[in-house]
Design a protein around this ligand. Structure first.
Ligand SMILES: [Zn+2]
Length: 158
């Protein structure tokens, strides 16, 4: 997410042209510190059956690129999810779910749920292994800053 936030819209569009480029990106990010089988801890893998997944040579466990990430079990394509994530992390207000639903032609609940996941990931990196390297303070955009007063309640005029 950190990487996504830092790139401009054009670069984003050029880089993520289809599902496969999203999977490749995710897989590189996920195993950037090397591969370890979740089941038997083996470090040997072969290409798995799912897009960019890795299959353990010892026990045969095929780990998808999306498991343990924001993109696990989504109701829409990963390419759409990447775009949505980009909108959420780059938008100053975090892009509301009504707008997201309309813009990406998904139902509002789906948009809301995904947005929730993104915001939780932004706040607590521990729960999402993929986001371990992301620090919360890099997400001031989209989350209210501490100590900064919101709309003042004393504004009410009689
Ligand atoms: Zn294994």
């Amino acid at each position: 997410m950190k990487i996504l936030k830092e790139i401009d819209r054009q670069t984003f569009k050029d880089r993520f042209t289809d599902k496969s480029s999203c999977y490749v990106f995710l897989s590189e990010l996920k195993w950037k510190d090397g591969y370890n089988c979740k089941r038997c801890d083996s470090t040997n893998y072969i290409k798995g059956k799912q897009p960019s997944s890795r299959r353990c040579r010892s026990c045969g466990y095929d780990e998808s690129t999306t498991s343990g990430t924001l993109f696990h079990k989504l109701k829409f394509g990963i390419d759409k999810a990447f775009e949505m994530l980009y909108e959420i992390v780059t938008s100053k207000k975090g892009a509301n779910s009504i707008w997201l639903a309309e813009h990406f032609s998904v139902n509002q609940k789906t948009a809301w749920l995904f947005r929730q996941k993104v915001q939780i990931a932004m706040k607590s990196s521990e729960q999402y292994p993929l986001e371990n390297e992301v620090h919360v303070d890099e997400f001031e955009i989209g989350t209210p800053q501490k100590g900064e007063p919101g709309r003042s309640k004393s504004d009410k005029k009689v």
